[in-house]
Ligand binder design. Structure first.
Ligand SMILES: Cc1cc2nc3c(=O)[nH]c(=O)nc-3n(C[C@H](O)[C@H](O)[C@H](O)COP(=O)(O)O)c2cc1C
Length: 74
């Protein structure tokens, strides 16, 4: 529950939260909606990046494309 504690202790009002994770099969599950519920005054990017722990080693091109699509890549 460390992220519940994290969001309890920090106020992200007016900030943009860009979710990304690795997973073992569950992808994001309900994580993005949960973050949005905990931080109602933040902008939570719905198009987060999730990658299976089995595919991390080959994820770099997908990560770069995701960042470009969000406008965060150089
Ligand atoms: C206590 C624990 C619970 C986990 N629960 C899930 C889960 O519910 N769904 C899932 O996809 N992966 C789950 N995982 C797998 C982790 O997401 C996986 O280990 C991670 O993506 C790989 O990153 P790491 O090297 O930082 O552990 C769990 C791992 C641990 C240790």
């Amino acid at each position: 529950m460390i992220l519940y504690t994290f969001f309890d202790e920090h106020d992200f009002s007016g900030k943009t939260i860009v979710p990304f994770n690795t997973h073992g099969g569950s992808r994001f599950s309900d994580t993005i909606g949960t973050i949005a519920g905990l931080e109602p005054d933040a902008v939570v990017i719905e198009d987060g990046f999730t990658v299976s722990r089995n595919n991390v080693h080959e994820a770099e091109p997908d990560i770069i494309r995701w960042l470009e699509d969000l406008g965060y890549a150089k």
